[in-house]
Design a binder for this molecule. Structure first.
Ligand code: FAD
Length: 410
């Protein structure tokens, strides 16, 4: 009987899971299977430094090849898992090969949501339409970055705004088209959205909100030449990037009969509805520390949940209650977010948006739920701790910069 552990998906979570499994004492073979041809790499720089600079691909590597060798992890790259036979404990690979496993982890991540517009086939096949998820996407896009080119970004979320900032630094003319009434609407409050809209406009980005995409114009080459909005305006484009969210890669889990609901449903031990199979990272729908179910798209969650999943497979289960945190870099601004602000009844501002240095704290009956910090790492770090501890904080102290931050915590 095989004692092989297979991890499907060689991204941030898969890499951490495979290494964590070995660290947790798994003695048998470990196989990390990835559809991309690359060893696990970091995605955050793809919309930031890597997109703007011509740095080497190896700078993105999560680990050097030697680390996998030392841990006895076999990397099976450029190889897609097409099916899971749970009864036989066999994986069907795109190569036609079958792989036996004794335990299985799913770290399949997600893929960009695609546009739903008329003539979508023509739009999707345009050579100057881009999505940004993989290093290959980033390299194709950055090859087009030269001063004066007109970049239209559909979607004013993190990725769209980071690409906008990188585009401005590269001398592009940048327009952001956001369907909601404000940017970052899914992740933060109106005050923070307004701050980011002002920052981008000041940097030269043409930000248009509450804009629906109607259709596109094309050149004879098949490339998009303009984006038409429902309000009758048209934006000329040399390239178009779509950043409108993520679809979790759940198809193989669903086909194998695992519970799926906006992600592969897992418990606090990262176990799927088949307790012998775990899932972690962007593909998983998990219980958060406040009891709600969420799917998180962040490096922190990919790492933390992968460690929990590895411990579960190694027979040393530990509970995971995600206390999410995230960061985004745009221009000289480092945004760090902790917790989930939904349900807050009070917002406290410390610092000054005008000075590009502030933290917003979200409280419910005095208890700190979440914090968005711009160039304020001490506030972010304190908030993360207080949120985890369920602290009631002193709003008056938080709001008063003449008082030490530490005095606000429970
Ligand atoms: P992924 O990284 O998507 O890895 C999943 C892998 O599984 C993929 O390589 C995929 O090809 C493979 N796969 C899928 N199905 C199969 C199959 N059937 N067989 C084999 N392989 C398969 N997070 C932050 O916290 N901060 C940031 O600033 C930030 N910036 C980002 C910027 C960009 C441009 C992007 C794209 C993401 C950013 N993120 C950021 C999000 C973060 O990178 C992700 O949350 C993290 O990479 C998730 O890791 P994962 O392993 O769950 O998924």
């Amino acid at each position: 009987m095989s004692n092989t552990a297979c991890v499907i998906g060689a991204g941030q979570a898969g890499c951490e899971l495979a290494l964590g499994l070995r660290r947790s004492g798994w003695g048998g073979p470990i196989v990390l299977i990835g559809a991309e041809p690359h060893a696990p790499y970091q995605r955050p720089p793809l919309s930031k430094g890597y997109l703007g600079e011509k740095s080497e691909r190896s700078a993105l590597d999560l680990r050097q090849a030697a680390a996998y060798e030392r841990s006895g992890i076999e990397l099976l790259l450029g190889c897609r898992v097409d099916g899971i036979d749970r009864a036989e404990k066999v994986l069907v690979l795109s190569s036609g090969e079958a792989r036996r496993y004794s335990c299985l982890a799913l770290a399949t991540g997600g893929r960009p949501k695609t546009l739903t517009v008329a003539d979508s086939e023509r739009v999707e096949s345009a050579g100057n339409l881009f999505y940004l998820r993989t290093v290959d996407d980033a390299e194709r896009l950055r090859a087009r970055f030269s001063p004066g080119r007109r970049l239209v970004i559909i979607g004013g979320g993190y990725i769209g705004l980071e690409i906008a900032a990188t585009g401005i630094a590269a001398g592009l003319e940048v327009t952001v088209l956001e369907a909601m009434p404000r940017v970052l609407a899914r992740v933060t409050v109106p005050q923070v959205s307004s701050f980011y809209e002002a920052v981008h406009r000041e940097a030269g980005v043409d930000i248009r909100t509450a804009v629906a995409i109607r259709c596109f114009d094309f050149r004879d080459s098949g490339e998009i030449s303009a984006v038409h909005c429902a309000d009758g305006t048209a934006v000329p484009a040399d390239m178009v990037v779509v950043g409108i969210g993520l679809t979790p890669n759940t198809e193989i889990a669903e086909a194998a009969g695992l519970a799926v609901d906006n992600g592969i449903v897992v418990d606090e031990f990262a176990r799927t509805s088949d307790v012998h199979i775990v899932a972690a990272g962007d593909c998983a729908n998990l219980p958060s520390f406040d009891g709600r179910r969420i799917r998180l798209e962040s490096v922190q969650n990919a790492i933390d949940q992968a460690r929990i999943a590895a411990a579960t497979l190694a027979g040393k289960p530990q509970r995971y209650r995600a206390n999410p945190w995230f960061w985004s870099e745009q221009y000289d601004l480092r945004l760090q977010m902790a917790g989930l602000s939904a349900g807050h009844d009070q917002i406290v501002l410390r610092g000054s948006p005008a000075r590009r240095s502030f933290a917003m704290f979200y409280l419910k009956r005095g208890q700190l739920l979440a914090c968005d910090a711009v160039n304020r790492t001490p506030e972010f770090a304190a908030a993360k701790r207080w949120i985890t501890q369920g602290c009631v904080v002193d709003a008056a102290v938080l709001a008063d910069e003449s008082l030490p931050l530490g005095a606000a915590g429970g």
